[in-house]
Ligand binder design. Structure first.
Ligand code: ZN
Length: 179
């Protein structure tokens, strides 16, 4: 949590899963320099440990597609805001698809790549033969990108306009609003 954060917490709400009044709602408003305000929302249940989170961009929100070439180690520190409606694509490696079970997050490009890496690693025990070989190759490629040896292209698309790559280097184009 950062100094500039405005935090609001509501305890004792009813949990949608276990129906106990043990849910904590948290809203954090964060001001990101040169970008604008972001709202982070989360629900956590103390009883059944249910957890969900999402983000919303409060300023200059428009359906958009961002694309960035990751070409030097510093690029891994660029911030990415991804709402539950955002689709992330690391070209020729993998993706993070939108969906109701997908939490929104704010992280760095390195954090995004690590999430994709973890999702491939989780599949490994169930794979064999060519599929296992391919997955191991993808993990090697990811490690090369994280080490700064290989370039990569990261794309994020969000029809709700609540996702962004926060860098002047990112190419932004408009995207049609979901009707
Ligand atoms: Zn619960």
């Amino acid at each position: 949590m950062e100094e500039r954060d405005k935090i609001e917490k509501i305890e004792g709400q009813q949990c949608p899963i276990c129906k106990q009044n043990t849910l904590i709602l948290t809203q954090i408003e964060r001001d990101i320099p040169f970008f604008g305000r972001i709202l982070l929302m989360s629900m956590s249940c103390k009883n059944c440990l249910y957890h969900a989170a999402d983000v919303e961009i409060l300023d200059r929100k428009e359906p958009a597609r961002y694309e960035i070439v990751i070409e030097k180690p510093e690029d891994l520190n660029i911030l990415v805001v991804r709402s539950s409606a955002g689709r992330i694509l690391l070209k020729r490696i993998g993706s993070i698809e939108p969906g109701i079970n997908n939490n929104g997050f704010i992280t760095t490009i390195e954090g995004v790549i690590n999430r994709i890496k973890r999702s491939i690693e989780q599949l490994l025990p169930d794979l064999d033969g060519e599929k296992e070989k391919k997955a191991r190759m993808l993990i090697k490629k990811i490690n090369r990108i994280l080490s700064g040896w290989d370039k990569a292209v990261l794309v994020i698309e969000d029809p709700t306009g609540n996702s962004a790559i926060i860098s002047e280097k990112a190419k932004k184009t408009s995207l049609k609003k979901k009707s």
